[in-house]
Design a protein around this ligand. Structure first.
Ligand code: HEM
Length: 252
């Protein structure tokens, strides 16, 4: 068994229904055994009818609309999360819930203590999805999984395209329980994971990222340095301001 095929560290199940802890306890990402198989199938089935080409086209159009009125845009805040999440939500039959998905995504991982704003955002997402069922958790889980990871893909690819440096992979490591111990497992060389828990949204993520990036042709980095997310497991900009024009302005 490769380390990525090992179980994930289990999360508590005796938790308030509808809370962030309930979301973790209800999605494939933090489940093992038959729960993982059933919940992963829900996620895969929800994604199956979603056409990547259509996501790409819609992400392009949405990005183009947002940037057409702006001279400077922070890609990470204004585009890289709201556009892919909004487009994917629509494809899953939901309204644009990206403003609520962003805080839930920030509180999703078990080492994070959820704040009241994230809990309130999840309450609204659950209401939009018809109540706290396993299917609702699967839909919300797709949007949450898409949120930061796809933003990382966009940020890294754009930074690489604009600087000529190689694009880093956004998710560098994950967690597994091996021989009774919770360990960090590298994802180097497998940006979308591998084995029975490999990312089921990789084609969709690439299409969404491609649509956003196509709409940013002709933009360049501003003078402001990008800043990077300070997490050992993530490599992605936290701020990436860009402006129109391929070349830096002449210095007088
Ligand atoms: C449309 C966008 C995306 C969707 C819907 C999505 C969905 C998911 C879901 C549902 C899982 C859990 C699978 C399971 O536990 O069986 C997952 C896992 C994963 N995703 Fe994605 N994802 C997206 C984008 C990305 C991106 C952009 C990356 C990184 C480049 C990424 C990397 C991963 C990795 C590494 C895992 C496995 C984690 C592990 O093995 O512990 N995903 N994704």
């Amino acid at each position: 068994m490769t380390s990525l095929s090992a179980p994930v560290p289990p999360v508590p199940h005796d938790v308030p229904r509808g809370s962030i802890a309930w979301l973790r306890a209800s999605v494939a990402r933090f489940s093992n055994g038959p729960d993982h198989v059933r919940r992963r199938a829900l996620a895969v089935d929800l994604l199956a009818p979603v056409d990547p080409d259509s996501l790409r086209e819609k992400a392009f159009r949405r990005t183009h609309r947002i940037v057409s009125g702006l001279d400077v845009v922070d890609v990470m805040v204004e585009l890289a999360r709201p556009v892919p999440v909004g487009v994917l939500a629509e494809a899953l039959g939901l309204p644009d819930v990206s403003a609520d998905v962003v805080p839930v995504a920030a509180a999703y991982h078990p080492h994070v203590e959820p704040d009241p704003a994230a809990e309130a955002a999840l309450t609204r997402l659950i209401a939009v999805c018809g109540g706290p069922t396993e299917l609702a958790a699967a839909r919300i889980g797709l949007l949450v999984q898409a949120c930061d990871a796809t933003a990382g893909l966009i940020g890294n690819e754009l930074f690489a395209a604009l600087t000529g440096k190689p694009a880093g992979q956004p998710v560098l490591a994950t967690r597994r329980r091996i021989d009774g111990e919770d360990v960090t497992v590298s994802l180097a060389g497998t940006p979308f994971g591998a084995g029975p828990r490999a990312c089921p949204g990789s084609r969709h993520a690439r299409a969404l990222a491609a649509g956003v990036l196509e709409a940013l042709h002709g933009f360049r980095l501003t003078e402001t340095e990008p800043s990077w997310v300070s997490s050992p497991n993530l490599r992605m900009p936290s701020v990436l301001p860009v402006t129109r024009g391929r070349t830096a302005p002449a210095v007088c």
